[in-house]
Design a protein around this ligand. Structure first.
Ligand code: GDP
Ligand code: MG
Length: 197
C-alpha cells in the first residue's frame, strides 16, 4: 500500500495549500478564513519521484465551527477567538482532535504545520504536545517563509523573530521552512520525507 502522509496543524497555517501542491491541483479549498476545509481529504500524490497518499485534515477546522455555537462560546469564555488562534478549553480541544487522532494513527508520517508569519500560538502548543505523545514520525513544517526558506539565508534570523524563537521546544525537531504558495523549500521537504515514504 501507499505510505500515508497527514498534514495537520491549526486552521489557516496553509495545510490545504501544501496538500494542493503535493497532489498537483486545486482540490482542497484554500481561503483566507480559518475553518474552510470541512472533511479530511485523501488523495494520491506523485511528487518529486515519490508516490504516496496525502491527507488534508480538518479536525481542528471543525472545532472552529464549534466556536460559532453560542452556548459553547459562553462556556468557553472570551479567550477563545474565532480566528482559531486562541487557546481552546480542554474539553473542546479533545473533541476536535478525535477525527485527527484517527488519521494520525493510520498515517506513516505527519507533517505538523505552523505559520511563521503569525508565530506560535497557544493552539499550536496544545496541538504539538498532543501530537508528541502519539509517537508518530513527524516533520515540523514552518510555512509562509516566502523568500526565506534556505537555512543559509541570512534573512532567516529575521523571520525567526518573536513568535518562532521557541519552535524547537515544541518537541517536534528542527523546523523545515517552506512556502506552500510560493513553491519554495519543497525539494528539501521531500528529501526529509524520503526515508519514510
Ligand atoms: P489551512 O486552513 O491550514 O488549510 O490553510 P490554507 O491552505 O487554506 O491557507 C490559509 C491562507 O494562508 C490562505 O490565504 C493561503 O493563501 C495562505 N497561505 C498558505 N500558504 C502560504 C504561504 O506559503 N505563504 C503565504 N504568504 N501565504 C500562504
Ligand atoms: Mg484547509
Amino acid at each position: 500500500r501507499l505510505m500515508r502522509v497527514a498534514i495537520i496543524g491549526r486552521p489557516n497555517v496553509g495545510k490545504s495549500s501544501l496538500f494542493n501542491r503535493l497532489i498537483g491541483r486545486q482540490h482542497a479549498l484554500v481561503y483566507n478564513k480559518p475553518g474552510v476545509t470541512r472533511d479530511c481529504l485523501f488523495e494520491k500524490a506523485e511528487y518529486g519521484g515519490f508516490t504516496f497518499e496525502v491527507v488534508d485534515t480538518a479536525g481542528l477546522d471543525d472545532g472552529v465551527d464549534m466556536q460559532e455555537d453560542e452556548a459553547e462560546m459562553r462556556k468557553a469564555g472570551p479567550q477563545m477567538k474565532a480566528s482559531g488562534i486562541g487557546r481552546w478549553p480542554a474539553h473542546l480541544l479533545t473533541e476536535a482532535l478525535e477525527n485527527t487522532s484517527l488519521v494520525v494513527k493510520s498515517s506513516d508520517l505527519v507533517l505538523f504545520m505552523v505559520d511563521q508569519r503569525v508565530g506560535l500560538t497557544p493552539l499550536d502548543w496544545q496541538f504539538a504536545r498532543w501530537l508528541a505523545m502519539k509517537n508518530k514520525p513527524t516533520l515540523l513544517i514552518s510555512n509562509k517563509a516566502d523568500g526565506n526558506v534556505s537555512p543559509l539565508d541570512e534573512n532567516l534570523a529575521n523571520i525567526s523573530v518573536t513568535g518562532m524563537k521557541d519552535v524547537k521546544k515544541l518537541g517536534l525537531g528542527e523546523p523545515l521552512h517552506i512556502s506552500a504558495t510560493q513553491n519554495e523549500g519543497m525539494s528539501e521537504l521531500i528529501m526529509h520525507m524520503a526515508p519514510i515514504i
